[in-house]
Write a protein that binds this ligand. Structure first.
Ligand code: 26W
Length: 803
């Protein structure tokens, strides 16, 4: 072990601890060592960061701007030092100081500035953009409280505030000099020359806070720029001196409310105004920053599309389309039609959902009150759009109503998806099926009008975080088998398939998997006092809790299996552990009830001696990126069982396959493409197709008859409905089960028998370990294509024009 005084990195960490953290080695606590390590590593990143900016500037490069209301980045230390190739060096330096790197990595807060897949995708994309050496900025909000922390109390979800900034954030740089005025409300006036002037009634200052994003092998460092809000008048001294101490601070409180909390997905009307304010706040600051940089570097705002590609991550930043138009027309005095061409050439839009309740639209009076100038611009865009549409043959009144930026059915609303669609030159879906469904459903009429706009860019994941960092054992095995090419090009993983049948490789693969399972078992024993058998099949469903993702299907099958094991203890059951984790939006009643049900079932099953340890069920609290990094490498079976047509892509599916889990899944989202890449023989597919779901929903589906026709399902539903798992409150699940009988929108009953049969195929497969391991290895080998490097290359070449 090197001595701290001999190891130059250790000496620097120690110096940082003393001079920047203000502690000596004796008094330092783990958090102090964490801060000292991050600050030291950050110093080395800064040089590359500045060099990256200089290079892009000197080359006059086109920049990519990724606007996203969510960035689910998780912990950064391990990722940063791994990408810099310095893990051994940092480990040794800390060891010489008596500090365990793994231990301080574990106390870094998990930056959870997102709800789910859309936010994690944004984080994977940032890392791939830096890896591909593309000059790029991510723009979002620096929420003071990110995704809530989930506690499970007596089986129920309890939401607690997440305080990721409690110990400060050593990664970030506040840029007071990069600050912008963002206005709300007020009046709009035009002079005789037609020039428009907006006088907002209210304004805040958006201040940039930058975090460096290091690409693989440290080649490039990009910027994640998150906005925070500051009142222009942080304290009204007149009010304060007059004795109104709280009123004097009201401006700052109001400004801060913009960046206080991340909005939970799936939330209902309450608090809608604040969400629109957040969206405009960060969109406006970002567009002002982009325009300022362009004019500073290139002089002429008209060349913006040659030097800037702005990607809208769903419709959350769609108001940026109107904001850019406002700046071009009102501030840069460009004619409306010319401004519209610049705008369309600059923006791309990615759609992540077809769920009607998640398609954003704003009540017209609200939009107009908050953004009066943008309302005028939206009307002007709409007039132009509908004028052009009317000229096209076959466009009738129905089509016009569907295309319009204003929804006139009922209370009038501004449709953000339509605004994003018409304001962008490219509109992409996130998996092949999802993209086809976009053409057939939500955007059918717009697609007929602009048949070349919609394109597919199947999602991806970064193999750095989701293989090299979270699963070093598997990474080492792959290197031994096929060499290092896959470290820089995930498609080279395909060579690993040649080793699928090799008994020695299988043996090592199993040892790696088992070690990962043991590590997870230890972790879960620590956090929830649970004892699990690492030799059981680990069957895992971790994702947001939502009815379309059908955790309920999995739970009902678990209940049926429990019943079967008790009735037929003599059969050759394969020991299983069913793991669930995920958060429910706080206002989503059924999702929270499903969490309670999983916990009720777990309690009953786990304490029943008659299952003899063949089945264990666990709901792991507080799902987040860091927990996913522990669970995924330990999984044997990946549950991807959404109602076909409803999961836009999924990205967890890719992470599991890359870590050698087999998928049990429906033909939905990217599952379809995963099947194509890993081979239909190495995945368990079941259930209705998207077309069949649509046909059933069209009429003739009678879930009650389906339930009654399936003995297993009927028994499971009855058990749950009659309170077998909730003796303290027998009626707890009545309504939930009645929903299945009455409409079963998510086709749980329709798919149940196929799912249960698929699970028994899994049992048979697991029983043949050599066959299982071969298939698992073929999964790892098959999913290199799902690297976010491939996805970003496609965006870069086909949407952004930067490669
Ligand atoms: C209206 C507010 C709102 C905000 C976020 C509604 C819904 C959301 C979701 C959490 C968005 C989301 O995460 N969508 C997921 O995006 C992934 C990346 O493309 C896909 O893989 C998932 O299928 C999709 O559900």
């Amino acid at each position: 072990m090197p001595n701290a005084t001999e190891d130059p990195l250790a000496a620097r960490i120690l110096d940082t601890l003393i001079h920047r953290v203000g502690k000596d080695a004796k008094a330092a606590r783990p958090h102090d060592w964490l801060a000292a390590t991050i600050l030291t590593v950050r110093d080395d990143i800064i040089d590359r960061w500045m060099a990256s900016t200089r290079e892009a500037h000197a080359a006059g490069a086109k920049r990519v701007y990724y606007l996203s209301l969510e960035f689910l980045i998780g912990r950064l230390l391990r990722d940063a030092i791994a990408n810099l190739g310095r893990t051994p060096e940092v480990t040794a330096a800390l060891a010489s100081l008596g500090v365990d790197l793994a231990e301080i990595e574990e106390i870094e807060p998990d930056a959870a500035l997102g709800n789910g897949g859309l936010g994690r995708l944004a984080a994977c994309f940032m890392e791939s953009l830096a890896t591909l050496e593309l000059p790029a900025y991510g723009y979002g909000i620096r929420y003071m409280n990110g995704m809530f922390r989930q506690r499970i109390d007596d089986g129920w979800q309890v939401e607690l505030p997440e305080t990721w900034l409690a110990h400060g954030n050593p990664w970030e740089f506040e840029r007071r000099e990069s600050a912008y005025f963002v206005g709300f409300g007020g009046d709009v006036a035009a002079n005789e020359a037609g020039q428009v002037h907006w006088s907002p009634a209210e304004a805040v200052e958006a201040v940039a806070v930058d975090t460096p994003v290091v690409g693989w092998r440290g080649k490039r460092v990009n910027t994640l720029r998150l906005w925070t809000a500051v009142a222009f008048d942080p304290i009204r001294l007149d009010q304060f001196n007059a004795g109104d101490h709280e009123g004097a601070l009201a401006g700052q409180v109001r400004a801060e409310s913009l960046v206080r909390v991340l909005y939970p997905a799936d939330s209902t009307a309450a608090g809608q105004e604040l969400r629109l304010r957040q969206e405009y706040f960060f969109s406006s600051a970002s567009i002002q920053d982009i325009v300022r940089r362009h004019v500073q570097y290139f002089g002429d705002i008209r060349t913006l599309p040659d030097k800037a590609a702005i990607q809208l991550n769903d419709t959350h930043p769609a108001v940026a389309v109107a904001e850019l138009m406002r700046l071009l027309v009102d501030h840069h005095e460009i004619a409306f039609d010319a401004a519209w061409e610049i705008t369309k050439a600059t923006f791309g839009y990615t759609n992540h959902t077809l769920l009607p309740e998640a398609l954003e639209s704003w009540p017209l009076p609200l939009f107009e009150r908050l953004l009066p100038r943008h309302m005028q611009i939206v009307y002007a865009i709409n007039a132009k759009l509908l004028r052009e549409a009317r000229k096209v043959e076959g466009v009738d009144d129905r089509a016009i109503a569907a295309i319009s930026l204003i929804d006139e059915g009922g209370e009038r609303r501004v449709r953000m998806a339509n605004l994003a669609f018409v304001g962008a030159h490219s509109v992409n879906g996130v998996a092949a099926l999802h993209t086809e469904l976009m053409k057939q459903t939500v955007f059918a009429d717009l697609h007929r009008l602009y048949p070349t706009k919609i394109n597919n860019k199947t999602n991806g994941i970064t193999p750095r975080r989701w293989l090299f960092e979270c699963n070093p054992g598997l990474t080492a095995l792959i290197r031994d088998c096929i060499g290092d090419a896959f470290l820089d090009d995930a498609s080279a993983l395909s060579a690993f398939a040649d080793h699928a049948g090799d008994a020695q490789v299988q043996e090592r693969f199993d040892a790696v998997k088992r070690a990962n399972k043991v590590a997870l078992v230890d972790h879960l024993k620590g956090v929830m006092g649970l004892r699990l058998d690492p030799d059981a099949l680990f069957d895992v469903q971790i994702k947001r809790i939502h009815e379309y993702k059908r955790q309920l299907l999995n739970i009902l099958e678990t209940v049926a299996l429990y019943d079967q094991i008790r009735s037929h203890p003599e059969r050759d059951w394969q020991p299983r552990v069913k793991l669930f984790a995920g958060k429910a939006a706080s206002s989503y009643h059924n999702a929270k009830l499903i969490i309670k049900l999983a916990n009720d079932v777990a309690r009953r099953v786990n304490s029943d001696p008659s299952v003899g340890g063949l089945l264990k069920v666990a709901f792991v609290p507080n799902y987040n990126v860091s927990l996913a990094e522990k669970i995924i490498p330990a999984a044997d079976l990946s549950e991807q069982i959404s109602t076909a047509g409803m999961e836009a892509s999924g990205t967890g599916n890719m992470k599991f396959a890359l870590n050698g889990a087999l998928t049990i899944g429906t033909l939905d989202g990217a599952n379809i493409e995963i099947r194509d890449y890993v081979g239909a023989d190495n995945i368990v597919i079941f259930g209705l197709t998207a077309d069949e779901v649509a046909a059933k929903r069209g009429g003739g589906y009678e879930p009650r008859a389906v339930i009654e026709a399936s003995r297993e399902l009927a028994q499971a539903v009855n058990a749950v409905a009659s309170g077998v798992f909730s003796p303290d409150d027998p009626n707890r699940y009545k309504d939930l089960m009645n929903g299945l009988y009455d409409h079963d929108w998510f086709m749980v009953a329709a798919d149940f028998d196929a799912y249960a049969a698929a699970q028994r195929r899994v049992d048979g497969w697991w029983d043949d370990q050599p066959a299982w391991r071969a298939a698992a290895i073929r999964n790892v080998a098959g999913v290199g294509w799902f690297s976010s490097d491939r996805t970003i290359r496609e965006y870069a070449e086909q949407i952004w024009g930067v490669m």
